[in-house]
Design a protein around this ligand. Structure first.
Ligand SMILES: [Ca+2]
Length: 249
């Protein structure tokens, strides 16, 4: 049992170690400014380095009402998934439309021809429906529906969270310098378009929302090249557009 004096001692040790912040419960280590600069350098592609290959998808010239050729949908859990090219006023998008899934269900669609390890990804997304869940995000280093990385923006929770899906189990990953926070809170995401972007370099992942860096994650679980695509949860109906992929070697 923790006595009052032990409790005070724990608080004191946490305060003393604040600049190194050895844990205080989350098992993570806060970083100094110098360490942050080093990590920024490791996680960043040099400005002079151009992608080996790049792709842009605006979904404009594809037949509406059909799953685009060259993309494969998946889902986990009970229910179904329904990815189709859809109209959004004068614009065409790729939408996840199936709206009767339980909370423990994930929808995925990946591009069949792109395989990359290090890359830059950017997607515009808009949450248009969902009671259990809304919004969605990106998958990368996709091996199969049970093994990949995910980052998603949720307008019901107004947060952005990065996960690994390993052997069918989804786990949120700690943020560099902040620890296990379940991602980061954001400004209200609402029903507007938001742009979620990501830089993936080795074991470093940097996440941006509407052009502003939110956080970094370091993880080594999946280090091989994999496919890229989109992700939603449960009954979320979400539109995706203007997908940009840059692949680095
Ligand atoms: Ca479009």
């Amino acid at each position: 049992m923790t006595t009052p004096s032990m409790f005070m001692l724990e608080i004191f040790l946490c305060l003393v170690g604040a600049h190194i912040l050895a844990a205080c419960g989350n098992g993570q280590t806060a970083i100094t400014q110098a360490q942050k600069q080093q990590i920024d350098q490791l996680a960043r592609f040099a400005d002079s380095l151009q992608p080996q290959a790049s792709w842009n998808f605006d979904f404009e010239k594809l037949p509406a009402g059909q799953t685009p050729i060259g993309w494969t949908p998946y889902f986990t859990g009970e229910g179904n998934t329904d990815w189709k090219i859809s109209r959004d006023n004068e614009n065409q998008v790729l939408a996840q439309l199936y709206s009767d899934n339980p909370g423990s269900h994930f929808n995925i669609i990946v591009n069949d021809s792109i395989s990359a390890k290090d890359l830059k990804l950017s997607i515009k997304l808009k949450g248009v429906g969902g009671k259990h869940d809304q919004g969605g995000g990106l998958v990368w280093r996709f091996i199969d529906k049970n093994n990949h990385y995910i980052v998603r923006a949720n307008p019901l929770e107004d947060n952005v969270v990065l996960y690994k899906m390993e052997k069918g189990k989804r786990i949120d990953l700690p943020l560099v310098g902040l620890g296990k926070t379940y991602g980061m809170q954001t400004e209200p995401l609402g029903k507007a378009w938001n742009t979620l972007s990501l830089t993936v370099k080795g074991e470093w992942f940097t996440v941006f929302l509407n052009g502003k860096e939110l956080f970094k994650v370091q993880d080594q679980t999946f280090s091989d090249p994999g496919k890229v695509g989109f992700w939603t949860k449960a009954d979320a109906v979400t539109y995706f557009d203007d997908f940009e992929v840059g692949k680095f070697e």
